[in-house]
Design a binder for this molecule. Sequence first.
Ligand code: PEP
Ligand code: MG
Length: 629
Amino acid sequence: MSISTHAADFTSQADLSAGLFGKKEKHTAKTLQGTPVSPGYASGTLVIYRSPRVSVIERRFIEPDEVEKELSRFAAAIDHAAGEVSLIRQQVAADVGETEASIFDAHLAMLRDPLLNSHVQERLRKDNLCAESALAEEMKTFCEQLTAGGNDYMRELVMDARDVGNRLLRHLVLDEGQRPLANLPENSVIAARDLTPSETVSMNLDNVSGIATEQGGPTSHTAILARSLGIPAVTGLTGLLEGATPGTVCLLNGTKGTVVINPSEPQRKRFAGLRRQFEQSQHLMRQMENRACRLTNGTRIKLRANINQAGDVNLANEHHLDGIGLYRTELMYLSALSPPSPATQCRHFRRAAGACAPRPITIRTFDFAADKHPSFLSIDPASPMELRGLQFALNYPRLFKSQIRAIVRCARDFPNTRILFPMVTGWWELQEALDLVKAASEEEKLEQPLPVGAMIETPAAIFALPEIVKLVDFISIGCNDLARFTLARERNTAGQTISENALHPSLLRAIQQIVRTAEQANCPVSICGEAASAPIMASVFAGLGIRELSVSPARAPVVRYALRHVSLETAVNAAERAMHAAPSAAMKDLQQTIPEELQKILSLEPVTKHLRSGLPSHQRAANGVPAAS
Ligand code: PEP
Ligand code: MG
């Protein structure tokens, strides 16, 4: 990634008058190149967000006369945290039950623990540490002692202690003026080191015109969220926050991956021109919206939507899609202080299923990750989670059963409902989940069977596929995680494009193998990872035998447009060649073989940008990338 500053002639009124008096100052714009993760053009006011990362507390010392102030900050943090925990306890007792609620009694006891309190106070007085440093160090020692105890009970206590410690630290850090993103000025372009999905959803999104981060890649959960919300976003912007001044004008190009802070007049004009061009191409694609998605030879490809909340179904309907292929349900947990009850969840599901009917709606059970988990679960965001997907859910039976019950209830009223399990790795765990569905269906007196699907997103699932397909009604390939676990690449890595991963021959061969195994078992198969939203990849997938794609609704027009310009023969041949070529060579080949009409549209696409250079990413970084707006 490169940073460049741009000296340009000034043309604003203030600059002109300065020029009249001969004080011609240089206009300095800062241009950064990152990874485009959500297309579109945003211009607005730069808002800098520094997330309070409670796991990384710097050691800070105070003056002796500040001790009293720190002691009262610490006492206030305890009061706030205790108030919050009491509220959660009440909600859990009402929604889930007394047994679960009692977990929070332990949290309350820890918060008021006299020993912990006196230790922290001592560190404040004797070592002159500020409240958060003293607390962070005491919590660390406390957790280490508990971990050394080595038994399950102690380990559980460590989780509770971390949760309590993080909650307290959050209050202390927030006291220092680092407020969440609730009050944003209109047309804000948010600049941050990174954003978690919960931070993203806590923003007043109506006022957010763009998102720029130093970290994260195209399949990070925040990037996915930005795409589905239609907010232009760029990640991997090294040096973004260095010397950045809040309130400066900022241009963000989510299609090319550039961000210009304090742009010159020529840069603004050029940006406005590109924005117009982008809007015209969007318009062109929209005109095809109500046509069926077919390849030029007539092969039908079902196009479904990936959504995050019930309201997103409207977007899928606007784009004339064939239903919902992936309803990620994590969001309703992220914004909740306590586990949502089956009734609450069911309300969301019914709303979505009703809006989607009679087309299918595929509700995926929760798949929490280190950067995407509810605050009521004690998970340390700094350490990777031990289990993911279905394995994780089976470890939280109450939470899992309550979600299954809500989905089953929804299916009672809306037979278009389907259930999908994430990150399946073995048929026996899938069987456990099916048993839970069966029990809930009997209890809820569901008359028709609920169609069940498994996500194939780990190599383990591919090896277990012959058994898995016998148990389910459909499978869905999650190629974001499949790429991660097959190619040993971090999912959130900045600088990698979606196609760079998806065009890896091993991934393409894995997908081909999945399609063949599913076909033999007569089991429908779709792809719902982000690569399906990249038009060039959508045609390669069609060439591999995929007949159903689930995409971000905002990406549906370009995917449909691309597929309607490609024949099955072209797609099959391209896929065949790609399975035997390096990703950069495959991309070049694809670009040369697609119709010219499509090439023009794809040149505006973010996902092909890096591969066009044909250089591996480390060389690209060394060579720099053009700093265009
Ligand atoms: C995937 O991994 O491709 C997928 C669709 O699941 P998620 O992005 O929600 O992990
Ligand atoms: Mg996944």
